[in-house]
Design a protein around this ligand. Sequence first.
Ligand code: IDP
Ligand code: MG
Length: 142
Amino acid sequence: MTTERSLVLVKPDGFRRGLTGEVLRRIEAKGYALVALDVLTPTREALAEHYAEHAGKPFYEPLVDFMSSGPVTAVVIEGDDAIKGFRSLAGATNPTEAAPGSIRGDLGRDWGLKVQQNIVHGSDSLESAAREIAIWFPNLSA
Ligand code: IDP
Ligand code: MG
């Protein structure tokens, strides 16, 4: 186990629904530290970088439209095994399948859209976390 940083986003659906505080509450209650926090409407350029691995997939354009549709809260969290730990707090990508107790399982649902609006993003590996933190917080020192 190592101290890790992860990039968390409260996506535009979560922000619009007033769930930023609830997401931050769960992160803090779990014991992770908040290292940096910003509220911003992401540019399509930043999202193209952030979601490069998904370029070309059927949900890619709807995903970029959705993610640039309004403000998000971007957060860097820190703690032992925080990357895996936050993925566990977030739950499965599909909110219908996400376990109750998780953020997506408790607060999300399928809205019948081309892209799943599932409240949060969390980095999925050390490499992704480093890459994503550099995109969202270029001035944050490691
Ligand atoms: P993750 O957010 O759980 O890591 P990824 O596979 O990285 O999931 O996908 C990024 C985002 O794209 C998801 O959070 C979700 O909003 C959307 N997405 C992923 N797969 C699908 C899909 O099959 N249908 C609709 N939207 C999807
Ligand atoms: Mg992902």
